[in-house]
Each structure stands twice: as structure tokens, then as C-alpha cells.
Design a protein around this ligand. Sequence first.
Ligand SMILES: Nc1ncnc2c1ncn2[C@@H]1O[C@H](COP(=O)(O)OP(=O)(O)OP(=O)(O)O)[C@@H](O)[C@H]1O
Ligand SMILES: [Mg+2]
Length: 475
Amino acid sequence: MRSSAAGKRCRRCARWSPAISWPATCAEARPVPPDLRCKRYRSACLFQVARLCQVQPDFAALGDAMTVIWSDGLRKLWNALSDVIPGQNEVVKDVIKGLMVAVLVAAITWLASKVVGLLRRLLARVLDRNDHRWRVERARSAVDRGGPGLWLAIPADRPPEYVDRMSSRPFVLAVANEKGGVSKTTTAANLASAFARRFQRPILLLDLDFQGSAGSLMHAGTQWQPQPPHLSSASEAISGDIEPAMLVRPTGFAREFTWIDSRGVTRRTPNAFGLAAFYDLKDTEDRVMVEWLLGDRKQDVRYTLYRLLRAPGVRERFALVLIDCPPRLTTACVQALCTSTHILIPTVLDPTSAKAVGYFATQLKRHEGLWPHLKVVGVLGTMTRQLQGEQDALRIAGDQLRATLVGNESKLNWLDRLGIPYELPYDMVLRDIAEIGRAAERGIAYDCVSRSDGGDDIRGYFDRLCAVLEDRMSK
Ligand SMILES: Nc1ncnc2c1ncn2[C@@H]1O[C@H](COP(=O)(O)OP(=O)(O)OP(=O)(O)O)[C@@H](O)[C@H]1O
Ligand SMILES: [Mg+2]
């Protein structure tokens, strides 16, 4: 190791510095000043330590150097003040100098704190602007022309326990089809009443269509529409404002089904509970979606309903949850499919509607990454009138599902993998029964149509449908 009076060569990096007296290596370097007032030494301390040492910069040395510079500066100031202050008395001079230095130090400290505060505010502003830009970019990417689409642009942020909770009972059955007016609501509501009687345990029907059709059926004879400024239960549910405990309490959000009997008396259906939707749901859906896109909501809005319906307490209370979906892939509908274990697709049996089942299946498959546990439990012909061509339409609907869902990665085509046809047999279709439409004013047909008006046939039909669906869901 070469050494000189002013410096040494580092043993590790072989650099040599005339300004610093090196010990064995740069890592152990401690500046030992030949002269505290040496300008070269000061700059070496401040700037060269980190640059010369290829190892961790020596912050202790930097600290030492700063102290030296500070005290050196003060000493210079002190000496300079002696010349400025008039008089011969050294004690008086020292007192005056002390006061002046104290005032100066206080002023510098105050100024430094102001500068630091200003820099901090500036930095916060810059960061905020970036954050704002990030939010706008995220929202824009979700609606980009030619992009993956609103619900796929942002990767799914599923809660960690999603797989476990979706793989176990109780089931959540969504009744859905993007085509409107195919008897989704009628089927879901009657199935809810039938399942409540079948299980003899509480079941829950969730209405997610802002038209409120399911609400008017399940809470007939009561004031079920929310009074502003209150929101409908469905709005509260999809925005995450209902705690699971509120759904479990007997006097909580879920209201019992009611119907009006032939004497005009309002009666209750045991074990059947519902959450109704109303027109406020539309605004709520838009609001939560925009908040999520802009990053105001930390939790993935697609799984809000999952967090409510698959919470342990709710799963213990309800033997089954049914969801009446709207005829569009709305925020609420996406939430419903992300929390459903099964989906039933009702369709009117004409060729156009049958093909629409294929389009709906395409959407289900396209978004399968969002709902990897969703299983198609069947396609159900509805409002049939025993006309020619209905059986063909049912077959077309089944074929459309088979062709679209074949080879998918999720569980959507699990029925097909078991070798079970998607289409529920033609003798299981829901016929066009005038009494079902007429009863809507008084409640769900299953509950309120009397035996003399063909109520037993309706109840018999939905009881059979329940059995078939339960069998399929349990496979
Ligand atoms: N099996 C049936 N027999 C007679 N009328 C029926 C039957 N099923 C449904 N309806 C009537 O058809 C109309 C539409 O039914 P429903 O509201 O259940 O369809 P939907 O698919 O839920 O509609 P939307 O897409 O608007 O939500 C209603 O007036 C309902 O009473
Ligand atoms: Mg409906």
C-alpha cells in the first residue's frame, strides 16, 4: 500500500486520495483533517467521501465534516464581529457578539424550516398531480376503444378466501339473461318461494334490476319502495353499505315476503326474505363504478356483493340466495355473477331469443376470469305455448351454450363436462300461464294463486323445478 503524508491508497478499491488520510479501506475511512480550515479538506469531506468510496458512503464522516464547517463558519463570524463592534471592553464585545450570533442562528433556523416546508408542499403538489394523472389514465384505459372493456381492463383483485368460500355451500343462484322480458323475475321470485318451502330454512332473494319488479312481487301489499333520501336495499348492498351482521338480524335489511290473499289481507311467506331494488339503484351503480375506476374505492367493486353474501354469518343464516339479474351487464349484474355459484338462463323459445342465449354465453365466457367458479345450471324455456318450433328453439339455445362454452378454463361448462345437457327438458319448461301475470298485483304466484285458479299446478311446477335445480347444483 502506497502512502504519503496527505493520503493513502485504499486496499479494496485501490483509489488514492490526497485529501483524506485513509486507514486500511474506504469502508473504514474516517477523514482525519491535516488542517480544520483547509478548504480542500472540507470539500473532500462533503463530496468525495461518497464518490471515492465504492462501498457505503460514510455518513458519520459527513456529519463530522458538517459540524466542522459549521463551527469553522461560526468562528470566522465571531472574529469578523470583533472588528465591527466598536469599543475596547472584551467582555461587552463578547456579550454583544453572543447575542448577534444567537439572533443569526435563530434567523437561519427559521428560514431553513420555511424552505423545507415550501419544498415539502411543492413535492406534495407534484406527487398529487401524478396521482391525479394515474387515476384519469386508469379510468380512460377501462373505456378505451378496442380495449378489453370496462370490466376487464383492471385486473381482478379477489379477496384471498374467495376460492374457499365459492367452492362451498350454500349456493347462490343467479337468474340471468341479457335479453329482456324472458321471465327472469317471475322465475326467480317463484323459485324463491318454492325453495323457502322446500328447505324450511330462510332463503334470500336479491333484486338487482332497478325496475323493481321483484320488489313489487315479494313485498306486495307493503310500502317497500324507499322514501328519499333513503336508498333501496339493493343500492346499499352493491355499494358495500350493508354489514353482513345487518343482513343476518331478523329485523335487519332483509324483509319477509308478503302477499295479498283473496280477502285482501296481507300475509307473510315463512322463511322467504328479500332485498328490493328501485330506481335509485341506477345512480348507485354509476357512482360506485366511477368511484372505483378513479381509484377512490380501494376494494374491487366487482366483489362487493361477494363480501356481503359469502360472509360467514350470512352463509349460516340463509340456505340459498337467489339473484334476479337485470337484462344488461351492469355493475350490479357483474357483482351478482362474481358472487354466484350457479346461473340459470331463462329464455323465450323463439329462434331470436335462442340465439341471444349464445350471445349471452359469449359474454359469460369473455369475463370468465372474473367468475371462475360460476357454473351454468341450465337453460330454461319460459312462457311457452306449446307451439311448433319451441322444441327446436330450446335445442338451439342448448347448442349455442355448448358451442360457446366448450373448452373454457373456468367452471362455466361444468354441466357439459358431466355429460348433462344444458337445456332443461321440454316437459320442464315454464308455460305461459295467464294467472301468473294476473297474480303479479297480489304477489308471487306460487304464494297467492288459489287452488281454484290453478295455484296447485303452479306450485307443483316450481316444486319440480326446485328439485331438478337442486339436483343439478349438488353434482
Ligand atoms: N309463465 C308466464 N306466464 C305468463 N306471464 C308471464 C310468465 N312469465 C312471465 N310473465 C309475464 O311476462 C312479463 C315479463 O316477465 P318478467 O318481468 O319476469 O321478465 P324479465 O325477464 O324479468 O324482464 P326484464 O328483462 O325486464 O327484467 C311480466 O309481465 C310477467 O308477468
Ligand atoms: Mg326482471
